[in-house]
Design a protein around this ligand. Structure first.
Ligand code: SF4
Ligand code: SF4
Length: 220
């Protein structure tokens, strides 16, 4: 899922224009799971804005299934029309979709979007994938070197790996390549450590404009 967190309330209040009607819009998918922008957070945010020293006439809260999918915008067309501005508690993709769809309506981001990751426990999320477009998890035993290795090495570990920890942060960060080694050992695939991985095809990564994925098989 996409992992995001709320901006500090002081920053949000500074960004908010003093309008007659403000809509606080949540998203019921990724940012609900990471406790940043779901229905509950919308209610808390509405209360915080109402209590703040800000000249905003009316604050309305609403949440939709996904803000990154325009099919869910139909149900909020009326409430958006009534609003002067929207505070979006979605990831960056959601904020942009809203801005595209409701052109001319000011959309303010209420979250900082961080990474694609997993929930590792109460209030703890870990980056797992940077969307490189050239997945090599089959070679590395299901552990991503691009995110789990602090240097993103394709062939590791480097000389800084010690007792399973990474030299970048030896107290808190495991060495990604140590994890890969241990996993490959369990899979009887240690020979993969001996195979030099060629440079990856970074043309499918995030440089060079927005990436697109078009599935020909589901085109109308
Ligand atoms: S190799 Fe690329 S696609 Fe696969 S998990 Fe890592 S970043 Fe994501
Ligand atoms: S110690 Fe391990 S995780 Fe850290 S940079 Fe070296 S190979 Fe990568």
């Amino acid at each position: 899922m996409i992992v995001a967190e709320q901006k500090p309330i002081g920053e949000i209040l500074k960004k908010l224009p003093e309008v007659e009607k403000l809509l606080v819009l949540g998203c019921d998918t990724c940012v609900t799971v990471c406790l940043a922008g779901g229905e509950k957070e919308v209610k808390v945010m509405c209360s915080a804005i109402r209590m703040a020293d800000k000249k905003i006439g009316e604050v309305t809260g609403f949440s939709i299934e996904r803000q990154c999918d325009r099919e869910f915008f139909k149900e909020i067309e009326a409430v958006v029309k009534e609003s002067d501005a929207i505070l979006s508690l979605a990831c960056g993709a959601g904020v942009q979709m809203l801005s595209d769809y409701f052109e001319g309506k000011l959309v303010i981001p209420g979250l900082n979007t961080h990474f694609i990751g997993s929930n590792e426990g109460a209030g703890y999320w870990l980056e797992r994938c940077l969307g490189c477009g050239d997945c090599m998890l089959d070679i590395t035993g299901g552990i991503c070197p691009k995110t789990r290795c602090s240097k993103g090495l394709m062939n590791g570990p480097c000389g800084g790996s010690e007792n399973g920890m990474c030299e970048i942060d030896p107290l808190n960060t495991e060495c990604g390549w140590y994890l890969i080694y241990e996993r490959l050992k369990k899979l009887n695939m240690l020979q993969n450590m001996m195979t030099n991985q060629p440079p990856r095809d970074w043309s499918r990564a995030h440089d060079g404009g927005p990436r697109k994925l078009l599935r020909e098989d589901i085109q109308p």
